[in-house]
Design a protein around this ligand. Structure first.
Ligand code: NIG
Ligand code: FE
Length: 421
């Protein structure tokens, strides 16, 4: 038996036995916080928590004590949408963008997803793993404990498999991190292949090969102007379902693409991006279990309008937040900054933003039973902040590195190094 007691916690966030598995509308404003708290972990699972005055008197003699130093303790974030397996970077396009080229113009010039696909083909699986691993570890430093990782820079059977095998290796080497893999063959059309031929190859070559190796949990498609049509997306997702891969959609990032309605029709677990969302899309989502997932760092980086989070919340929808960490539209996995953008740019309250990045993001990965809140008998996945005056300080102090330590199953997986002590 190992026992760990975290004490001197200024506020223990989302420790509750009664929270629902997803929060919508005005319920997202509520965030349980226990002041002056302790958290007791036994063998990696939450044993007990509460106000310090309720600290059990007879703790096991071998209990290891950790002083939280007056920091807050939160359940680890769930980053339910990333593309962290990619080769190199694309800061040359970043400069093109500064000079005035649009995301679509850059893509048409051979940049964008196709640029990353070409680099990926030239990169060995070993090198790809090293780069992806560094990004995964970086996520831990932002308080992330569960993550979804997509393929989609392969765009051929061989390269898509190469990407998903890297994800598989991350799963194997980082068993404490809850990782879900998503096949995103329908991310872009490779240059040398005709449209119909590529769609057919996704369905006839890639899906069976991926299913045979058990490499993916979900199938995603980029349903947007200039990319895949609603019909192509639905056809791919329906075939993916036959192989047990549940649907997710990149929808309505560039236009009112019909992607949200297609996601609802296909019973997608989540639809993500949603910059172009109006009444019709909201009505469709209201009649579904599909979680709208917003990626504000993408809108920030591309200079787009932000998704209308307030409209969605006021309509009683659940909202999740994720980073979209990728080389072309969100070269950052900083979930704390995502929270800041959600508050500053989308007018979400700090409580709503935290709920969106924990409970609802867990629902977007079907991890309701093992992530998103702190509950007795469950995995002790949490992070301790530096001493801060309040929870609102987290999104307020945008860009600050506020995570001091991250724990998964009660084990330390990240600790900030101090250069001065
Ligand atoms: O989620 N929207 C589509 N795909 C990515 C961007 C990919 C890229 O530019 O490399 C996204 O934003
Ligand atoms: Fe994405």
């Amino acid at each position: 038996m190992t026992h760990l007691l975290i004490h001197n916690i200024k506020g223990l966030v989302q420790a509750s036995e009664t929270l629902p598995s997803r929060l919508k509308g005005s319920d997202m404003k509520k965030l349980p916080v226990i002041d002056n708290a302790f958290l007791w972990i036994e063998n990696g699972l939450v044993r007990e928590y509460g106000h310090e005055k309720h600290l059990p008197e007879s703790l096991p003699a071998d209990v290891q004590r950790l002083d939280a130093g007056g920091g807050f303790v939160l359940p680890t974030f769930v980053d339910s949408h990333t593309h962290i397996v990619y080769a190199g970077s694309r800061e040359d396009e970043f400069v093109d963008k500064i000079k005035g080229l649009s995301y679509v113009e850059i893509a048409q010039k051979g940049g964008g997803i196709l640029n990353s696909a070409q680099r990926l083909r030239q990169t060995s699986p070993e090198e790809l793993y090293v780069q992806a691993e560094a990004r995964l570890r970086e996520l831990l430093s932002f308080g992330v404990g569960a993550v979804e990782i997509k393929s989609g820079y392969g765009l051929s059977t061989e390269s898509e498999l190469k990407m998903l095998r890297v994800v598989s290796k991350l799963k194997k080497n980082y068993p404490l991190v809850q990782i879900k893999a998503t096949f995103l063959g329908a991310h872009a059309f490779p240059k040398e292949v005709e449209r119909e031929v590529y769609v057919r190859s996704i369905v006839e070559d890639m899906l069976p090969a991926i299913a045979q190796e058990g490499l993916a949990d979900y199938c995603d498609v980029f349903c947007d102007k200039g990319f895949f049509t609603v019909d192509e997306c639905r056809y791919i997702l329906q075939n993916a379902s036959r192989y047990g891969l549940k649907p997710k959609i990149h929808a309505n990032e560039l236009d009112f693409s019909g992607g949200i309605q297609a996601g609802v029709a296909e019973k997608a677990i989540s639809v993500d991006h949603l910059e172009f969302t109006g009444e019709e899309e909201i009505t469709a989502l209201l009649n579904s279990q599909t979680i709208p997932t917003l990626l504000p760092s993408t809108a920030f980086y591309l200079g787009f309008e932000y998704p209308p989070a307030r409209l969605m919340l006021d309509a009683d929808l659940p909202v999740a937040l994720a980073s979209d960490y990728n080389p072309g539209s969100s070269p950052s996995g900083n979930m704390l900054f995502v929270l800041s953008l959600a508050c500053i740019k989308m007018k979400m309250t700090p409580e709503e933003a935290i709920n969106a990045a924990t409970i609802n993001a867990a629902a977007a990965l079907e991890l309701e039973e093992s992530a998103g809140c702190i509950r007795k008998g469950r995995r002790a996945d949490f992070f301790i902040t530096k001493p801060i005056p309040s929870l609102s300080f987290i999104p307020y102090s945008f860009g600050s590195r506020l995570v001091a330590q991250t724990f998964l199953k009660g084990q330390l997986v990240y600790k900030e190094a101090s250069s001065w002590s």
